[in-house]
Design a protein around this ligand. Structure first.
Ligand code: FEO
Ligand code: CA
Ligand code: CA
Ligand code: CA
Length: 684
C-alpha cells in the first residue's frame, strides 16, 4: 500500500454565519453573479422570461430545479474541447424537478381531474438537462450565450439509446421501442459525472414517482406469466394505486395517438402482447439509469449505460484514472436503507482516450462492459465490494424471491440482486466524490428517519457505518428521528487501486447542530463556524489540479429539513485528512423505546479545516458545483428557493433579491458564479 502525504494547508476565508435571509451570502472578498435562471431563453428569438406563469416553450429555455453540473472548457472559437480554457466553456446541468406552484399563472390546474395539455407540456419540458455556452469577457463578468449553436435542452421527450448488457432486453420493450433498444427522455436528473473524455453523466433519481399504476395491474401481469415483474415494481416503489406526480396521464392529447402523457401509466393492458411491445407496462424499466451526454455535439443521441445498474441513481463519479488500470465509477442509490455501488470497467485506462474525437465511442469502451459491485461495511473498519454477476452468489434462476434470467435481469433489478448479496443498508447515499490526491472515495449519507437502535419492520438497526439514531431535540416527538442530520463516509481501496475488492472505511464527519450532545450526536465536535445538517452535494475542486498548490478542497453542500429553524441550506469547504486518521468511537442510540451501543470509525475532528463558505436564500437547497480549470470561477446551483410558497403567497424573491428591488418577484432556481474580487482561486 503506497503512502499518501497530505500537505497541510489552511482555508483562506472567514466563515459566514448561519442565516435565514433571502440572498446568497459568501465571505468578504468574493462576488456572486447570477448566471442562468429558470426560464432564461436558450436560443435566438426566444422571448425573455416573464416569470408570471404565462411563459411557454421550455424546450428552448432553462428548466427548473438546477442540480448536478459540470464545466467543460471550449477552444477559444468553434466547438472543440479545450480542457484548459477558463474563460469559455459549456456548462451542463440537470433540472431535477419542478415547483409547479410558480410555473403557471395561479399554480397547476385540472378540470374534473384532467390536467390541461399545455400545462403538462410545460411541466415535462421543465425537467431534463441544459447544455449552455458560458463565457467571461476579458476582465469582465460571466454571461451565458443565448444564441450559441452548442446550446441544447434534453427533456423527458428527447430520444435516447440503450447500451450495455440490458440493451435489447425483453424488460425494456415498449410500444415506442418494440426491440427494447431505444426510449424517450430522462427525468429527475440529480447529480452528475464528469468523464475524463469530456462527456457528462446525468443520473435518474426519483423517476418512480412519475408513474401511475392502476389497481388490477399485478393480476394482469400474473395472468400473462409476468408475476416477477410485480416483485420488481414493488421493490422500486411503484405500488398499485399510484397516480403519478403531476397527473400527466390524465391529459387528453390534441393529437390522437400522442403517447407522451399516457406513457407514464405503467398499467399493463390485458389486450396487448405479454412482451410489453403493445403498451407501456415496461416504461418504468426504461428509467433509473446513468445517461451519458456529449456536450460538444448537440445532435448526438444520449446513451443509457445499463452496465451501471438501475436504482435511484444520485450521481456517478469516476475515480482516479491510471494508465493500464481498470477505472472505477462510484454511485449512491438515494433512498432510505439503500446501497453504495462501484462499477469497475472491463477495459484498462488508456490516456489517449481523453482526447478522442468520438467521445461516446470512448464511453462505449469503458461503460458498456465491466462488473457492478455493491458495498458491505464491516464493524472492524474493513469492507467488501460484492459483485453483481448473474449465476454467482444466488443471482440465479432458482432464487426464491426473484428468479434472475440473465445479466440484463440482474442489472434491471439491481436492488433485488444487492439484497441477495447482503450489502449494507445505508442512511440514504447521495453524492460521491474522489479525492484526487489520495484516491479515497467519499459518499454523503444525507439522513435516515427509519434508522433505529434495533431493526423492526421497515426500520433498520444501527451499525458501525450508520451508527446514530436519536430524536432531534428541535422536534421532540416529531418527524426528524433516526439519523436526523446525516454523515459523510469515506473509503480507501486496498492497495489504492480502483480494481480492489476490499477497502478500509471511516466516517469523515457527522452532521449536527453545535449545541447538540457531543457524546452521541455532535460526534465531530462541530462549532458555530461549521455546523451543518443533511450533507448532499459534494465535489473535490482546486487547488488539487493546479500544480504545486497543495491539498485539494472538498466542497460540501446541504439539503436539509432538520436545521432549517436555524439556517438556510449552505455550502462548506474542507481540507480533509485521510481514512483512519481519527480512531474508534462508541455511540449510544436511544429512540423509540430501544437502545443500542455500537463502535464506529471516525475521522479526526475537522476543527478549522471545515468552514462554512456560503448560505443560500429561503427554502432552497444548495446542489451542483464545478469550477473553471484555473479555479477562479466556481459555479453553484441554487435549487427551489421559496419552494414552500406559491403564486399567491410568494415565499422568496431570489434571485431578484440578490441585487435589490424584488418585491413580488417569483423565485427561480439558478446557477450562480462565485469569483474573488482579486481574481484568485475561490476558497483559498
Ligand atoms: Fe436528488 Fe438525492 O437528491
Ligand atoms: Ca441530492
Ligand atoms: Ca437530498
Ligand atoms: Ca432536490
Amino acid at each position: 500500500q503506497t503512502t499518501v502525504t497530505v500537505t497541510p494547508a489552511v482555508l483562506g476565508f472567514t466563515a459566514v454565519p448561519k442565516g435565514l435571509g433571502d440572498t446568497v451570502v459568501v465571505p468578504s472578498g468574493h462576488d456572486v453573479t447570477v448566471l442562468y435562471r429558470l426560464g432564461d431563453p436558450l436560443a435566438a428569438g426566444v422571448a425573455a422570461y416573464a416569470n408570471d406563469g404565462t411563459d411557454t416553450n421550455f424546450a428552448q429555455r432553462a428548466g427548473d430545479h438546477h442540480d448536478g453540473m459540470s464545466y467543460f472548457g471550449l477552444a477559444s472559437s468553434g466547438s472543440s474541447p479545450d480542457p484548459s480554457n477558463s474563460s469559455r466553456g459549456v456548462l451542463v446541468l440537470n433540472h431535477e424537478n419542478i415547483t409547479a406552484a410558480y410555473l403557471h399563472p395561479n399554480g397547476p390546474t385540472s378540470s374534473n381531474g384532467v390536467r390541461p395539455e399545455a400545462e403538462a407540456i410545460k411541466e415535462i419540458e421543465a425537467h431534463g438537462v441544459s447544455v449552455v455556452e458560458v463565457s467571461r469577457a476579458s476582465g469582465g463578468a460571466w454571461t451565458y450565450v443565448q444564441s450559441s449553436s452548442l446550446n441544447r435542452r434534453i427533456t423527458p421527450n428527447t430520444p435516447m439509446r440503450f447500451s450495455g448488457p440490458a440493451a435489447g432486453s425483453a424488460l425494456l420493450r415498449t410500444a415506442y421501442s418494440p426491440d427494447g433498444t431505444s426510449g424517450r427522455g430522462t427525468i429527475n436528473n440529480c447529480a452528475n459525472g464528469t468523464m475524463p473524455w469530456h462527456t457528462y453523466l446525468t443520473n435518474e433519481e426519483n423517476w418512480a414517482g412519475y408513474f401511475r399504476r392502476n389497481a388490477g395491474d399485478a393480476a394482469v401481469r400474473t395472468t400473462a406469466g409476468l408475476a416477477k415483474e410485480n416483485v420488481s415494481l414493488a421493490r422500486y416503489g411503484i405500488s398499485e394505486g399510484r397516480t403519478g406526480n403531476n397527473g400527466w396521464t390524465t391529459v387528453t392529447p390534441a393529437t390522437a395517438g400522442n403517447t407522451v402523457f399516457s406513457r407514464w401509466n405503467a398499467t399493463a393492458d390485458a389486450t396487448q402482447a405479454a412482451d410489453g411491445s403493445g403498451d407501456f407496462r415496461h416504461e418504468p424499466f426504461q428509467f433509473g439509469w446513468v445517461v451519458e451526454i456529449d456536450p460538444f455535439d448537440p445532435s448526438a443521441t444520449p446513451r443509457k449505460r445499463t452496465a451501471l445498474g438501475r436504482m435511484n441513481h444520485e450521481g456517478c463519479q469516476v475515480g482516479r484514472t491510471i494508465a493500464g488500470v481498470r477505472p472505477a465509477f462510484y454511485m449512491g442509490d438515494d433512498a432510505q436503507n439503500e446501497y453504495i455501488y462501484k462499477f469497475v470497467s472491463a477495459t484498462p485506462w488508456s490516456a489517449a482516450d481523453a482526447s478522442a474525437s468520438d467521445r461516446l465511442a470512448v464511453g462505449d469502451k469503458y461503460l458498456n462492459a465491466g462488473t457492478l459491485h455493491v458495498a458491505r461495511f464491516n464493524a472492524d473498519g474493513t469492507g467488501q465490494w460484492l459483485p453483481l454477476v448473474f449465476g454467482q452468489n444466488g443471482l440465479t434462476s432458482s432464487n426464491a424471491t426473484y428468479p434472475f434470467a440473465d445479466q440484463a435481469d440482474v442489472l434491471v433489478n439491481t436492488r433485488l440482486a444487492a439484497d441477495v448479496l447482503g450489502a449494507t443498508k445505508m442512511d440514504r447515499p447521495e453524492w460521491t466524490a474522489v479525492n484526487p490526491a489520495t484516491g479515497e472515495m467519499y459518499c454523503t449519507l444525507t439522513n435516515n428517519s427509519s434508522r433505529r437502535p434495533v431493526a423492526s419492520g421497515s426500520q433498520t438497526g444501527v451499525d458501525a457505518a450508520n451508527p446514530r439514531a436519536y430524536v432531534d431535540p428541535k422536534t421532540t416527538g416529531g418527524s426528524t428521528t433516526g439519523n436526523a442530520n446525516g454523515h459523510v463516509i469515506r473509503l480507501r481501496e486496498t492497495g489504492d487501486t480502483s480494481e480492489a475488492s476490499t477497502f478500509a472505511w471511516d466516517i469523515y464527519a457527522f452532521g449536527a447542530g453545535s449545541d447538540l450532545d457531543a457524546t452521541n450526536i455532535n460526534l465531530s465536535g462541530l462549532d458555530a463556524t461549521n455546523d451543518f445538517s443533511s450533507p448532499d452535494g459534494m465535489w473535490f475542486g482546486l487547488p488539487s489540479n493546479v500544480s504545486g498548490q497543495g491539498t485539494p478542497l472538498l466542497w460540501l453542500q446541504t439539503d436539509d429539513g432538520a436545521f432549517t429553524d436555524q439556517t438556510n441550506c449552505m455550502m462548506l469547504a474542507a481540507i480533509p485528512g485521510t481514512v483512519g486518521d481519527g480512531g474508534t468511537r462508541s455511540v449510544t442510540s436511544t429512540v423509540g423505546g430501544g437502545s443500542a451501543t455500537v463502535s464506529t470509525r471516525i475521522g479526526k475532528t475537522p476543527g478549522t479545516t471545515l468552514r462554512r463558505f456560503l448560505v443560500g436564500p429561503k427554502q432552497c437547497e444548495i446542489t451542483g458545483i464545478h469550477s473553471t480549470p484555473d479555479g477562479t470561477a466556481l459555479f453553484v446551483n441554487i435549487q427551489h428557493p421559496g419552494e414552500d410558497g406559491n403564486a399567491r403567497a410568494i415565499s422568496s424573491n431570489w434571485p431578484a433579491s440578490q441585487t435589490g428591488a424584488a418585491s413580488g418577484s417569483r423565485p427561480r432556481s439558478a446557477t450562480i458564479v462565485i469569483t474573488r474580487s482579486d481574481g484568485g482561486i475561490v476558497g483559498l
